[in-house]
Ligand binder design. Sequence first.
Ligand SMILES: Cc1cc2nc3c(=O)[nH]c(=O)nc-3n(C[C@H](O)[C@H](O)[C@H](O)COP(=O)(O)O)c2cc1C
Length: 195
Amino acid sequence: MSHDGLRRSALPLHPLLNARFSPRAFSDRDVSEAELELVLEAARWASSSMNEQPWRFLVTRRGGKGHAELLAALNPSNQAWADKAPVLILNLVKRTLSRNGLENYHARHDLGLATAQLTAQATALGMGLHILGGFHADVARASFAIPEEFDLVSVIVLGFPGDAELLADNLKEREIHHSQRRPLNELVFHGEFNG
Ligand SMILES: Cc1cc2nc3c(=O)[nH]c(=O)nc-3n(C[C@H](O)[C@H](O)[C@H](O)COP(=O)(O)O)c2cc1C
């Protein structure tokens, strides 16, 4: 399925935002080194509190070092489709500020910004990207000997869109009928908070 044909919001959002969704169908097409570098470079230029840049990305390629270990840390329901994608990335944050060792309250916020930029660049390249929280952080921490000062937050499944028809029936349905959103008036308040 091409991302170009998708349009989710009724408003004229930028096509990069309107086309994005979290796919589960990935094609055989590999991600080149140049494409991978570009999406990581997009993340690199995100803003962050005090320019701490607390994000870290542990990149693994299907058949390459660390991939089987990261795949094994995913929940089985995610493994069932994520194993087809050529790239899995473990997203981490450094918990403390480099300047004074205090807790970085905005660390996960800033990782979110960086992954949003990564996602926009990947979408611009025609790629499909699905972020996962369904993984066992303790398993991944042990597999990669990650020090305690880093939190393991999420996993990015990255590749190129595939054929939804090849998915299992329960997943096919979710691939075709994209998720909905709350209306703006449930999310936005003007001058006072009454949520
Ligand atoms: C932090 C985070 C964790 C997520 N964890 C999972 C997951 O474990 N499994 C899954 O299939 N999707 C996961 N998702 C995808 C969300 O379910 C999806 O983004 C949401 O339903 C909205 O759909 P859309 O991205 O297609 O617009 C996660 C997304 C985020 C941002």
